[in-house]
Design a protein around this ligand. Structure first.
Ligand code: ZN
Length: 315
């Protein structure tokens, strides 16, 4: 049997990572190149002529004299950590299929767990905002699921206390190969919640395949057509070929969250889902995920720790 091309791709090896992002200068150059791919542009006056204040690493606009830090206005803004540490975090978060806990990340980076948590959640926020406005098209498998609550927290036992409901939708090719995924927390499995989900996440061309849960009919509100396949629930449901990919993805999410995290606060669930979604949707080119995440990071507004911690995240 042919080896799975996604699972066996090379990705970015640790030595290759060290060669490309091993020094502070290299990381800084990567941030500058991502932020200003065609050369420096002054955020105040759009001027291009500039000099660099060597001691502080600031870009000074020749026209208006304003000094700009390459990390100002980005997710890295006012960080006390070297960019090298951020890039190492990006490496661990993008090259491992399972994700990484903040305790483990802290150990690897040589920082406290709290610092690792901050870095990780800022990067997750980047992932969340990056994919927020993209919609699925074509054939879509959809299912309901829960995170948290009891450890084994499976799909059934709908509405159990302490669990966070979310929707998983996988776009496939017409012959059923997975293309990309959407994972979104919902207030519950009501018609209203699913209608809102569909309008945000599904293009009107979608043909949505679901099991018998009534709320999924509301995808029609977004102009999607809907095909209901009764599964009867239980283990037999997971084997239905119509739901192969959404079930596979849900199995992977639950396994990786159970293996990596002890508990997830409901208000942060969207960021965990976003991280999984981000990796899944870029799984064909593992090595490119890191530069793409850097590109998105310099285009994401800074988020202070206080807000990050308090924020009720909406995706
Ligand atoms: Zn200027």
């Amino acid at each position: 049997m042919a080896r799975n091309a996604v699972q066996f791709q090379k990705g970015l090896s640790e030595p290759a990572f060290e060669r490309q992002y091993g020094t502070e200068e290299q990381c800084r150059a990567a941030v500058v190149a991502s932020r200003w791919p065609d050369g420096f542009v002054c955020p105040a006056c759009d001027g291009r002529e500039h000099s660099v204040v060597k001691t502080r690493g600031l870009f000074q606009c020749t026209a208006c004299r304003r000094q700009t830090s390459p990390i100002a206005g980005t997710i890295f803004a006012s960080t006390k950590l070297p960019l090298r540490t951020w890039f190492r975090a990006m490496y661990h978060m993008t090259q491992t299929k399972q994700g990484i806990s903040s305790i483990e990340l802290g150990r690897r980076l040589g920082v406290t767990q709290t610092t690792a948590w901050k870095v990780k959640h800022k990067l997750k926020q980047v992932m969340l905002e990056r994919d927020a406005s993209k919609q699925l098209t074509g054939r879509v498998e959809i299912d309901d699921a829960y995170l948290g609550g009891e450890r084994s927290g499976g799909k059934r036992g709908r509405g159990a206390a302490g669990k966070t409901p979310f929707v998983a939708a996988v776009e496939t090719t017409p012959d059923g190969k997975p293309v990309s995924i959407k994972l979104r927390r919902v207030s519950g499995f009501s018609g209203q919640a699913l209608s809102a989900f569909a309008k945000r996440c599904l293009g009107p061309s979608c043909t949505v395949v679901s099991d018998g849960l009534r709320c999924f009919a509301s995808v029609a509100d977004a102009g999607c057509s809907h095909q209901m396949i009764k599964t009867g629930g239980g283990p037999a449901a997971a084997r239905k070929p119509a739901f192969k990919w959404v079930n596979t993805a849900l199995g992977n999410i639950k396994a990786s969250i159970a293996a990596t995290y002890r508990a997830i606060n409901s208000k942060h669930v969207p960021r965990y889902l976003a991280e999984f979604e981000y990796r899944f949707n870029r799984r064909y080119d593992l090595a490119a995920i890191l530069p793409r995440l850097c590109w998105a990071s310099v285009r994401t507004t800074p988020m202070p720790y206080r807000l990050l911690k308090l924020a009720e995240v909406y995706a």
